[in-house]
Ligand binder design. Structure first.
Ligand SMILES: [Zn+2]
Ligand SMILES: [Zn+2]
Length: 196
């Protein structure tokens, strides 16, 4: 399996703790995100520093990796479009199995229809990238908010209301009345009205 040895940004050596059940190793490391992680509106930007505090533990069938990742999140408020930045602590837990071997100790390649979700210890290394990527994506809000009660944008002029709590327009500003008339549906036989 040497030519398939994992070599990504999140590959971790697990020779220590070794295979003696119960042995553990604590590990702290900083890695750069290999690519963007997340959705179009929020996530981790490629190259960001990710801090990992991990415990590697030898269990009977493989290596259990648990710990936390501190990831810098950048996104956009879904109501007011303001930039959002925060560090998120994300729990990680994944079991990497030793590859099955035959009587001579050679690795038995899995069947093509084998469960591809399995994570493997390959050449005493594990690749945390899928584990981390999945955990980050699960953690991200579907509709990010700059603050829980973000009031969004003024429906009349588009100004961010969070920056201007007293924001209002005169009740009878003729400019807005003209706009309102334009956005009303056309009368019978009239031309197609366009919202903008
Ligand atoms: Zn907002
Ligand atoms: Zn306004």
């Amino acid at each position: 399996m040497t030519n398939n040895a994992p070599n990504g940004a999140f590959v971790i050596d697990v020779r220590d703790p070794g295979r003696r059940v119960g042995h553990m190793k604590e590990l702290a490391l900083d890695l750069a995100a290999p690519h963007d992680i997340g959705t179009a509106v929020i996530g981790v930007v490629a190259g960001s520093d990710i801090h990992l505090d991990l415990t590697l533990q030898a269990v009977g069938e493989g290596v259990l990796v648990t710990g936390t990742a501190v990831v810098p999140i950048v996104g956009e408020c879904s109501r007011c479009l303001a930039e959002i930045r925060y560090d998120e602590d994300i729990d990680l837990a994944a079991l990497f199995s030793y590859q099955p071997t035959d009587a001579r100790g050679r690795v038995i390649e899995p069947d093509e229809d084998a469960d591809e979700e399995n994570l493997w210890v390959v050449d005493d290394r594990v690749d945390l990238e899928t584990t981390l990527t999945d955990a980050v994506v699960l953690d991200l809000p579907l509709a990010p908010l700059c603050r829980p009660d973000c009031p969004g944008l003024c429906p009349q002029c588009g100004a961010p209301l969070a920056e201007d709590p007293g924001h209002s327009h005169p009740a009878h500003d003729p400019r807005w009345e003209a706009l309102a008339r334009l956005s009303q549906p056309p009368g019978e036989g009239g031309p197609e009205a366009k919202e903008d």
